[in-house]
Each structure stands twice: as structure tokens, then as C-alpha cells.
Design a protein around this ligand. Structure first.
Ligand SMILES: CC(C)(COP(=O)(O)OP(=O)(O)OC[C@H]1O[C@@H](n2cnc3c(N)ncnc32)[C@H](O)[C@@H]1OP(=O)(O)O)[C@@H](O)C(=O)NCCC(=O)NCCS
Length: 333
């Protein structure tokens, strides 16, 4: 496994507050290997769903012990009825029947999400073999947004020349409204702080301070104003700077910033980049990864009441180790 400096620092950080993370996809050997590396560093306690014989045989074949790793078979859980009732109570107003809740409680993603809701786990990492929507929807329905009136979004932690940046939103909100972009800015600032950054949030556009025109520029300008207004009454006030609309060069390059956005606290120093839509956010982080070899962690979800994160189906063992550590760090209140 490739252990980068940043990944090593995430594991060290996670180990400071031992959290319990559910891994529902125990049939996948990458998950089992990742769980071993996390448990070996005592960075989290892990609950893996799946066939105990197969999982034990996998670890035995590698000569690894299972300290810090518990196996659970959702179909045989003594709490199945309790979880089905919990789900029914949470979703009956949306038309779910008790029978549907009983069927869903055995579904591994729902089961893990319900364990979190019941307070038996602190976080979950899934999606190595499921679509983003399959992983994210139960989280949105059961765990829900931490702020009732704010949307949940995602962020990627990009590590470029050993320096971390937060990119949002590469995975959840396809075409955010002004309000959703503003929510994203505040949630991303919180994410940045969780990962040790002093957030300087750039609301990105193809225009800097009125240099370009168009509907998308207007959206980013309005989102910036909303985010700045929300910041005024938020506990983040004084700890976070938000500015826009800024082009990427003005956001990141001090020389360009001096010409295009003089006096901006963010321009030239941005470490949190908010994109105007999912297409740009998703394409940008993948281009950096492929052309430049930037380390990318995530997309991770932000703004949820408790952390659930979705893996890419092509995730390597080190990506999964990183996601488990990040989830454990997000779980610290
Ligand atoms: C995330 C996603 C799956 C949500 O799916 P959806 O079809 O909007 O989900 P639903 O409309 O069924 O909503 C389910 C619940 O989540 C809530 N919800 C949906 N999006 C939300 C958001 N961004 N923030 C907070 N709540 C949200 C809904 O309000 C609803 O709540 P309720 O049932 O209690 O009323 C969808 O936005 C999506 O497909 N995004 C793109 C994912 C993608 O393809 N990414 C590619 C890169 S990995």
C-alpha cells in the first residue's frame, strides 16, 4: 500500500479519538485490507458486514490478526426489528410501510445507516460496489442535514505539493442554486477547519469582480453575498474569509490577485474552492489527479448530522484507508 505523508497524518489524527466506523462491503477484499491497515494503526474500530467464515479466512491467509475488527451479519442481528421500527418511524410520514422498513433494514447500506442513527456507530464508508445515489440517499433520508435549512454537499480534499485544498462540490448537487452554493461555502469552511486549515473560501467563476458577464456569473455573485451574510451570524464568524466572484488564477496566484482583485482577503491565498456546478467541480479534480498526480481524498459528504462517505468503485486500498480515517475525523464533535 502506498502510504503518503498526508495519509499518514490522517491516520495519526484519527487515532487521537477512537471512533467506530461501519464498512458494509465485507465481500470486497480491498475493504478487508483497508480495515486491517486502519486497525493496525488503532485509527478506528471497525464493524464489517459479511460472511464471517470468508472474512476470517481472508485475514488468516494474510497472517493478520483481527484486533479492532468486528464482523456483523445484518440478517442475523438481534436488533433487526428495532432498526426496522426506527426506520418506519422516521419514514412513515413519507409513505413507508412497516413491511418496506423491515425489508430495507436488512439492506447493508440502510442497516449501517440505522446503526449510526441508533448510536451504535459513529460513521460509515461504503460505495466500493454501489452507486453514489445508493450510498447517499439513506444518509440524506435517515441521518439528514446537520442544519435543518441547509443542503448537504460534498468536498474533495486535494493534496498538491503536500498542501491540502478543499474543492466543492464534486459529487452531490448537480446544478446548485445561489442558496445551495452559499451552504456549500460554509460547509466547506467547516470541513477545512476539521482538517487543520484556516479557510479562505473562493467562489469561483470565469469572471473576477465584474470582468465577465452572464447568468452563471450572476449566480456566483449572489451566492457570495448570501454566504457572506450567513457568515455574519455563524459561529464561523472571524475564523473564515469568503470572497467572489473570482477566477481560479485570481484565487490562487498572489500576483494575478493584486491586479484583478486588489484588497481581497481571499484572492491569491484561497484554500477552499467552491465551483459553480458539479460538472466543473468533478472535472477539475479529476483533471488535477490525472495530469498532475494530485492526491485526491473523497468526495466526502459535508453538512450531514454524522459522517457517511461514498467510495469510488475504482478505489485503491490506500483510498479506502484515507476515507475511513477522514470519516473518523469528521465524527469528532
Ligand atoms: C445525491 C442524490 C443521489 C440525491 O438523490 P435524490 O434523487 O435527489 O434524492 P431524493 O429526491 O429521493 O431525496 C431523498 C431525500 O434527501 C433529501 N435531499 C436530497 N438532496 C439533498 C441535499 N443536497 N441536501 C439535503 N437533503 C437532500 C431530500 O430532501 C429527500 O428528503 P426526504 O425524503 O426526507 O424529503 C442526487 O442529488 C444525485 O444523484 N446527485 C448526483 C450524484 C452523482 O451522480 N454524482 C457523480 C459523481 S460521484
Amino acid at each position: 500500500m502506498n502510504m503518503s505523508k498526508y495519509l499518514d497524518s490522517l491516520l495519526t489524527r484519527a487515532a487521537k479519538n477512537l471512533k467506530t466506523i461501519v464498512l458494509p462491503e465485507g465481500e470486497d477484499e480491498r475493504i478487508l485490507d483497508a480495515a486491517h491497515y486502519v486497525a493496525e494503526r488503532k485509527a478506528a474500530k471497525l464493524i464489517i458486514f459479511g460472511d464471517p467464515e470468508k472474512i476470517k479466512a481472508h485475514y488468516a491467509s494474510k497472517g493478520w490478526n483481527m484486533d479492532g475488527i468486528e464482523i456483523l451479519v445484518p440478517e442475523k442481528s438481534p436488533k433487526l426489528n428495532e432498526y426496522a421500527n426506527l426506520l418506519y418511524e422516521l419514514r412513515k410520514a413519507k409513505g413507508m410501510t412497516l413491511e418496506e422498513a423491515q425489508q430495507l433494514a436488512v439492506n447493508y447500506t440502510f442497516h449501517g445507516t440505522l446503526m449510526m442513527k441508533a448510536g451504535e456507530a459513529d460513521g460509515m464508508v461504503s460505495g466500493a460496489n454501489h452507486s453514489t445515489a445508493d450510498t447517499v440517499r439513506p444518509a440524506l433520508q435517515i441521518i439528514k442535514s446537520a442544519h435543518k435549512d441547509r443542503s448537504v454537499s460534498s468536498a474533495a480534499i486535494m493534496v498538491i505539493k503536500d498542501v491540502p485544498y478543499i474543492f466543492s462540490d464534486p459529487a452531490i448537487i448537480i446544478n446548485p442554486t445561489e442558496q445551495e452554493m452559499a451552504d456549500m461555502a460554509l460547509a466547506s469552511a467547516e470541513t477545512a477547519m476539521q482538517f487543520g486549515l484556516e479557510p479562505k473560501v473562493a467562489m469561483l467563476s470565469y469572471s473576477t469582480k465584474g470582468s465577465g458577464h452572464g447568468g452563471m456569473v450572476d449566480k456566483v455573485k449572489a451566492a457570495t453575498e448570501l454566504a457572506q451574510k450567513m457568515l455574519e451570524t455563524s459561529p464561523l464568524k472571524g475564523k473564515v474569509a469568503i470572497d467572489g466572484e473570482l477566477q481560479a488564477d485570481a484565487a490562487l496566484d498572489e500576483v494575478v490577485a493584486k491586479k484583478k482583485a486588489p484588497g481581497s482577503e481571499v484572492a491569491g491565498h484561497a484554500n477552499v474552492l467552491i465551483f459553480p456546478c458539479l460538472e466543473v467541480g468533478n472535472i477539475s479534480y479529476k483533471l488535477l489527479q490525472r495530469f498532475y498526480g494530485a492526491e485526491a481524498y473523497g468526495p466526502i459528504m459535508q453538512g450531514l448530522n454524522a459522517p457517511i462517505n461514498d467510495l469510488s468503485r475504482g478505489a485503491l486500498v490506500e483510498d479506502i484507508v484515507g476515507m475511513i480515517a477522514i470519516t473518523a475525523i469528521q465524527a469528532v464533535k
